[in-house]
Design a protein around this ligand. Structure first.
Ligand code: PEP
Ligand code: MN
Length: 338
């Protein structure tokens, strides 16, 4: 962090600012310019609020140099994190992991049919919501505990590990026992009580990007989980809110290389919630591969026309099979194993 004093600030006021900074346990490097003095703060400045520093009338500007996240940062953790679940190694070099399944678990027949279908096409992990974050309280809210039981039946039938969304910190223990990867949805990305509980958990966390969150806010949420002691976080870009209304959200493809540069954590793309339309899932999945994502999470339903949630963006099983084939072919050209 650097503090730029206003031009013409007296030596006395510069000295006062230096003592104020040193009282916070930091060292100061003083650069005397022609017009103004620039103070470089040395030490852990994460807890310092730049706006509070601006209360000093002699301060012109305060700028952060280092990112506020540490455990999520590639600077402090040069090795890439690889999350191992079942046969999947998410984040492993030259590997592209496909997670697939319905938006919501609806019936035993539905989830088992989809689980077996996506497994046959090459998916490595089964998704399916049991606790659904719906905009309307009158919409289908998910089968809740029964949904978790059905997911476990589907896991048994297909051999695929399962990922499903948690909404309440009260359910962490249940999820820890019944689920292989715990998903934090976009709406809960900044539910800090939930993130703190998940930090104490032994299961990997799939952390979706918030509806209108910056990359830094997203990584700070990952930092909560890592700081709590859970090292296994998978980031998920699922589109953000913009002025565009043609698509459900705007898939921020540039976030993938950005996050890969800033962090060691694996990142997957959710083309289904990004687009909101099933026909756009294929081009966006291939784009995710091209920009260096570690995988995709795709909504697949045995009968999208009758889905209780997100049918319009769900692929049916033959469409998913065809997408897998395309991803395998394109992946081979990019040196990726799908
Ligand atoms: C989901 O994965 O079903 C979901 C609700 O996603 P998001 O949190 O990204 O909206
Ligand atoms: Mn959905």
């Amino acid at each position: 962090m650097v503090v730029i004093m206003k031009p013409g600030t007296s030596q006395e006021h510069v000295e006062k600012m230096i003592s104020y900074i040193k009282d916070m346990g930091l060292d100061v490097m003083v650069n005397q310019g022609v017009d103004c003095t620039v103070l470089g703060l040395l030490g852990d400045t994460r807890l310092i609020d730049p706006d509070t520093m601006m209360l000093n009338v002699h301060v012109d500007r305060v700028m952060r140099i280092a990112e506020p996240f540490k455990k999520a940062s590639s600077k402090f953790h040069p090795d890439k994190t690889i999350v191992k679940v079942g046969d999947a190694e998410i984040g492993k070099e030259n590997t592209f992991t496909v997670i697939a399944g319905p938006c919501s678990v609806e019936t035993e027949e539905q989830i088992i049919q989809v689980a077996n279908g996506v497994k046959a096409s090459g998916a490595k992990i089964l998704r399916g919501g049991a606790y659904k974050p719906r905009t309307s309280p009158y919409s289908f809210q998910g089968l809740e505990l029964q949904g978790l039981e059905l997911l476990n039946e589907a896991k048994e039938a297909s051999g695929l590990p399962i990922v499903t969304e948690i909404m309440s910190p009260n359910l962490v223990e249940t999820f820890e026992e019944k689920v292989d990867i715990i998903q934090v949805g976009a709406r809960n990305m900044q539910n800090f009580d939930l993130l703190k509980e998940l930090g104490k958990c032994t299961k990997p966390i799939l952390l979706k990007r918030g509806l209108s969150s910056t990359i830094e806010e997203w990584l700070m949420s990952a930092e909560y989980i890592l700081a709590g002691g859970n090292p296994n976080v998978i980031l998920c870009e699922r589109g953000i809110r913009t002025f565009e209304t043609y698509t459900r959200n705007t898939l921020d493809l540039s976030a993938i290389p950005a996050v890969k540069r800033l962090s060691h954590l694996p990142v997957v793309v959710d083309p289904s919630h990004s687009a909101g339309m099933s026909w756009m899932v294929e081009p966006l999945s291939l784009a995710a591969m091209a920009v260096g994502a570690d995988g995709v999470i795709i909504e697949v339903h045995n009968c999208p026309e009758k889905a209780l949630c997100d049918g319009a963006q769900s692929l049916n099983l033959p469409q998913f099979e065809s997408l897998m084939q395309k991803m395998k072919n394109v992946g081979a050209g990019l040196g990726l194993e799908v």
